[in-house]
Design a protein around this ligand. Sequence first.
Ligand code: IDP
Ligand code: MG
Length: 138
Amino acid sequence: MESTLSIVKPDGVRKNVIGNVVSRFEAAGLKIAAMKMIHMTKGEAEGFYAVHKERPFFGSLTDFMSSGPCVVMVLKGENAIKKNRELMGATDPAQAEPGTIRRDLADNKEENIAHGSDAPETAAFEISYFFNAFEIVG
Ligand code: IDP
Ligand code: MG
């Protein structure tokens, strides 16, 4: 069993596709082990995306991530990290495979509906950024 962090980003909440995204995780056999809606401050978004702080899009990305509420989730399952990233598709929705979350629902490379951890170490950091042990079931 592996755990990963998923976020329905503010564009996904604005577009009313929270359920659409969550239903794809459930259909793929991933379990929702924790879930809540939050509205990050700019500083909280900067802390979450600190690995990208040297990137040219960092300011714009953290403005976007703090522009409205998002849904943060812990997904559990076999190969949850990889499975979630496959369901999301490539970062740029134009490059993502048809049938993926980003290709089906996203508008552009920044506003791309979903986040998913990319490795066990980042998953551990990202889960603990939003959840304590009492908030995660299973
Ligand atoms: P990922 O979300 O597919 O793992 P990362 O490279 O980790 O992609 O980038 C984190 C987030 O930063 C992306 O999901 C997207 O929202 C944003 N982003 C990545 N590359 C660009 C870009 O070239 N322009 C604008 N935003 C970007
Ligand atoms: Mg990433």
